[in-house]
Write a protein that binds this ligand. Sequence first.
Ligand SMILES: Cc1cc2nc3c(=O)[nH]c(=O)nc-3n(C[C@H](O)[C@H](O)[C@H](O)COP(=O)(O)OP(=O)(O)OC[C@H]3O[C@@H](n4cnc5c(N)ncnc54)[C@H](O)[C@@H]3O)c2cc1C
Ligand code: SF4
Length: 531
Amino acid sequence: MADTLSADVVVVGSGICGSLAARKLAREGASVLMLEAGPRIRRDDIVRAFRTSPRKGDLIAPYPYSSLAPHPDYHPEDNGYLLQQGPYPYKPEYLRVVGGTTWHWAAQAWRYLPNDFRIRSLYGVGRDWPISYDDLEPYYHEAEVLMGVSGPVNNGSPRAKPFPMEPVAPSYLEQRLMTRLAPEFEVITNTTARNSRAYDGRPACCGNNNCMPICPIDAQYHGGLAADAAEAAGVTLIPQAVAYKLEHDESGRITAVNYYDWDKVSHRVTAETFILAANAIEIPRLLFLSASDRFPDGLANSSGTLGRNLMDHPSSSITFNVDEDVWPGRGPQSPASIQKLRDGDFRSEHAPFRIDFSNSSRVTSITEDLIKAGYFGAALERELRARTAREISVKNVLEQLPDPDNRVMLADEKDALGLPKPLFSYSFDDYVHRGMAASRTAFERIAELMGGTDIRHSPEGKYSNNQHITGTLSMGADPADSVTDAVGRAHDHENLYMASTGVMPTVATCNSTLTGVALALRSADAILGRV
Ligand SMILES: Cc1cc2nc3c(=O)[nH]c(=O)nc-3n(C[C@H](O)[C@H](O)[C@H](O)COP(=O)(O)OP(=O)(O)OC[C@H]3O[C@@H](n4cnc5c(N)ncnc54)[C@H](O)[C@@H]3O)c2cc1C
Ligand code: SF4
């Protein structure tokens, strides 16, 4: 056992949620220590690693990996960090580096709709939140200013103040979609943490279509910038510090967190207040690892719901060739979407959804397909030019309801530090299947309006997830069926907070990070006695 460190507040995890909560507290005068499992990384190193990577389609490939702070990796094969109990595999991606997973995100930064907070009351499904849209509205704005969010006025979520920036200029593909789908579908520019002009010392997006795995010029916000901002505000950040156990006193107050450095030397940190921000999978894992005689099922788990109600956004997709050249691959990768099916009375019957257009360059995948099909020489070049100008892909993003059987647990198998790995149980219900069927009708109409040919649906019943990991630390008014209260504090431990998308009790139809950050900023206000 080595040293004991101390601070007013200890934050575990330097991702976007933890770093922005830490920054806020440090700016108010608190001493804040932030423990981060992974190493520091630099943008230029990642850009270089991407340029030389033979696996361009693998978003995680340019990022460093260590078995001491493992993250899931599925290419060229599953690295076996996340174990599956079934019946359906749940295979999220996340990064364990300073700044966390948003180093390689798409930067979509939507607010929920007001009705998303009340689906049990309105539609008789899922759960109601213990807070309303109005409670979160000022924190949405605070998050948008910090993250540099740009977006269109008409996006369905009421706002007290304008977006910090105008939307990024639409790409040619986006303009064609807006025009040709207008008779039936309103296509709007996505709300994103992406600069449409110079903002916060970072340049405007120049449209080079590399948003995932890394924006080479930081036009897109990410957790690395949030960690920098936290340190600039006075936060002490300790990288390569893997938290593995919390301690508590007789009353249940948390007294210390123990971490391993990368030489496997254990350190102990004490504080008045603890914030867990290690993401919606690693936080429940840490709480299970911290089980004690007093809390044998893990900390913050008197309800038995810790790690349960795991949700994401299941997706299916359609790919087709448009009847004109639309040139995907110019401008941001996730430019535009259709919002009108996010809410309505149909939510009592089937999942609502957003429809999202991809603008990623398709040169690599089409080249691979053509070579596999036997094309070479002039024919390969001709076909490649034709298809890359016209092939587009459209996906849906569905709401999945909370289900206690969808969960993360501890496996018997251990990682290199001797800590049990995460184990998942996961499946989809008919609410999702019926939503998929409804979205297929919309997909087919979109393909028709775009003059689509060579139409390919993703395999029926096989859904992708979208890394919007929610529910495992659900907030609720009743301590008997939720992990955290309305400010993200553990019902069972008065000085333990969670800054994470995991506290979201329903997943709605939009990407979860902006809401996670807004909730984390609200938790910071609660710690400061302002909520
Ligand atoms: C490819 C991809 C695209 C995405 N696109 C979008 C998008 O467009 N919009 C959107 O809203 N969301 C998107 N997401 C999801 C988004 O990245 C997450 O919602 C977000 O990163 C969650 O932030 P966080 O701070 O809770 O967790 P993370 O960003 O995962 O950060 C958690 C941090 O905790 C650290 N940590 C973990 N365990 C420990 C430990 N034991 N001790 C100490 N530190 C620890 C990790 O190393 C990490 O730095 C995307 C994700 C992926 C993978
Ligand atoms: S298109 Fe994407 S990668 Fe390129 S500058 Fe804009 S945000 Fe960055």
